[in-house]
Design a protein around this ligand. Sequence first.
Ligand code: 13P
Ligand code: SF4
Length: 303
Amino acid sequence: WAIYAPYVRAINALKKERNAVILGHNYMTPEIYHGVSDFVGDSLQLAIKASEVEEDVIVQAGVHFMAETSKILSPGKTVLMPDMDAGCSLAESITAEGIDEMRAKYPGAPVVSYVNTTAEVKAASDICCTSSNALQIVNAMESDTVIMTPDQYLAQNVANESHKNVVYWPGSCIVHEQYTAQDLRDFREWNPGTRLIAHPECPPDVVAEADYSGSTSGIIKYVHDEKPEKAMLITECSMASNIADELPEVDFVGPCNMCPYMKKITLEKILYALHTMEGQVEVAEDVAEKARKSVQAMIDLSR
Ligand code: 13P
Ligand code: SF4
């Protein structure tokens, strides 16, 4: 902590001066998650919080699509992205033309797009979803066939629990696609008694091998409620680091996978953004207006 303390102090002081709030995703490193974030959560919680922020400035400690979502929901606020290159393999896998392609292939089917998409893709979709409400949103669609983009694995995991005919775009998360069902069987053999907890961006056979699957906040809640002796979080590495101190009775066993995009966000870059007010995220109002409808429809259905 000693090396982080001067940054944490400087950021927290500057936050007051700028009337800023830092929204941190659960995949941020512990010094960001515990040291400077005013609010931490999963994608849905961060989106809802962004719509309620009273401060003038939102610093998005997360990836670019999250900052766009904040700007869409809070157009009057200044939204700062500490590193504009903090992207997402899912968001990069599809454009608005991809949505048109899917609509042409499945006429009349509604498009449910994961929030891990650009503002343009959200604008071209009917409604958004996150990993915590995907099943609920898909089941709420009137049509029997539902198009899900861009995460093929989230879509397949939803399809396994839904009565809908879910068709999907072939995108994937570079963190979660790496896990295999054999990995989980090996982990169990090497660490008997370990609770395996997977994010639904993992392939369906991985989710089937796990004891629980849920969004990042779902995972945190599960570990808090269950307090297993040993737990392996089949997701991004910072998750276990962020909650390990609160749960000394749980032994978090590795390995885990790192998200190179999330890890682009550092204390130094947050301090720089607050100091210079550079890295402001803008979304063209015509795009934002349509995208807002998709995100708001999701929030309304999730309450
Ligand atoms: P959630 O926090 O909504 O589960 O999403 C995980 C993720 O990969 C965000 O990039
Ligand atoms: Fe995208 Fe996966 Fe990284 Fe989340 S963990 S930002 S879904 S690449």
